[in-house]
Design a binder for this molecule. Structure first.
Ligand SMILES: NC(=O)c1ccc[n+]([C@@H]2O[C@H](COP(=O)([O-])OP(=O)(O)OC[C@H]3O[C@@H](n4cnc5c(N)ncnc54)[C@H](O)[C@@H]3O)[C@@H](O)[C@H]2O)c1
Length: 309
């Protein structure tokens, strides 16, 4: 049986990746922080191996990565919204620790590493929509710069040591289990505010466009990337369609029948205006496409927030 370790696997996206891999008969180890919440993985806990540790601790990474065929790297200590406050911390906690992980992958002869990058931040303001993988990359956040730098180091480690890798640049995955208290994941965050009868705060005029897609579709792409034998290294993964913030909140009213107040506040410097990914490369070469219905996933997310958060 093939073995995969998922760093950051107890989180939102990792829990879905673990489910998909288990269904495909891949043995799963989840590495996450000591005392991290297990609520996302309780339902599969008996079927996985859980390793607690710190991604910033070299010994933890050396020991945990040994004996696996595949590595999925999902740990990030920063979010787009807070990363510009302390770029040095971003470098220390995300970049240096990722390089240590790659060193361990080389030492342990890992067959392939899948890195979850960010299609929403690495490109910066788009010159052309939808955005292809070859679009210029001019991130407006340290988060985006670090994701891109990690991508480049994967290229270097492949060149120097033959480390095989795939990079998935996710747009905006959403669905149940996303932490709605964070400043990432607009849909979950806004639904949580509605549940708590707080007004929605919209930065700017609400016309900023993003590419939202189901976390289940995101997780499927990881399994396909593990199997992918094509020479491609980087895939955009999203819906390929754009929705403005105003359109999203209209869906809250029309699909979920919700009532709420909206407050427009000044825009933030790091928010790009339009981000819609061109997913044709993943469609063609990964044989992946988004299949989950947006409205149904929206209802599932709302139900989850009502029951759990
Ligand atoms: N959620 C999104 O909208 C989105 C979009 C694009 C890319 N991504 C990327 O996907 C990855 C996963 O995102 P998510 O939404 O599932 O995040 P999440 O916060 O739900 O999960 C991340 C997990 O990493 C763990 N972690 C953090 N620091 C750690 C450390 N030092 N040691 C061990 N574990 C640690 C956390 O405990 C958590 O369980 C991140 O790299 C993120 O940048 C997320």
């Amino acid at each position: 049986m093939q073995k995969c370790i998922i760093y950051g696997g107890a989180g939102f996206i990792g829990s879905y990746i673990a489910e998909v891999l288990l269904k495909n008969n891949i043995s799963v180890t989840i590495f996450d922080k000591k005392n991290c919440s297990k609520k996302n993985i309780n339902h599969i806990f008996d079927n996985i191996t859980f390793v607690e540790g710190d991604f910033n601790n070299k010994i933890d990474i050396y020991e945990s990565s040994q004996g696996h065929d595949y590595v999925v790297h999902l740990v990030s200590s920063t979010l787009p919204a807070d990363s510009n406050l302390n770029p040095s911390y971003d470098i220390e906690s995300n970049l240096l620790s990722s390089l240590n992980l790659f060193d361990c992958c080389v030492k342990h002869k890992i067959k392939k590493i899948i890195f979850i990058s960010s299609g929403g931040t690495v490109y910066g303001n788009s010159v052309k929509i939808p955005i292809k993988e070859t679009h210029p990359t001019n991130p407006l956040t340290s988060y985006g710069i670090i994701k891109l730098t990690i991508e480049k180091y994967l290229g270097l480690y492949n060149h120097l040591y033959g480390l095989d890798y795939k990079i998935l640049r996710f747009a905006n995955p959403f669905g149940p289990r996303q932490n709605p208290k964070l400043n990432q994941g607009l849909i979950a965050h806004m639904l949580y505010r509605i549940k708590n009868r707080q007004p929605l705060e919209i930065w700017g005029d609400g016309k900023n466009i993003r590419d939202y897609f189901s976390v289940k579709d995101a997780a499927r792409a990881v399994r396909l990337a593990i199997e992918d034998k094509s020479p491609n290294r980087i895939y955009n993964i999203g819906s390929g369609k754009g929705l403005s913030v105003n359109q999203v909140i209209l869906k809250f009213r029309q699909i979920l029948n919700l009532n709420f107040r909206v407050k427009y506040v000044p825009s933030r410097k790091f928010d790009v205006k339009r981000n819609v990914l061109d997913i044709s490369l993943a469609r063609k070469c990964l044989k992946w496409k988004p299949i989950e219905n947006f409205n149904i996933e929206l209802e599932n997310t709302w139900k989850y927030i009502l029951d759990n958060e």
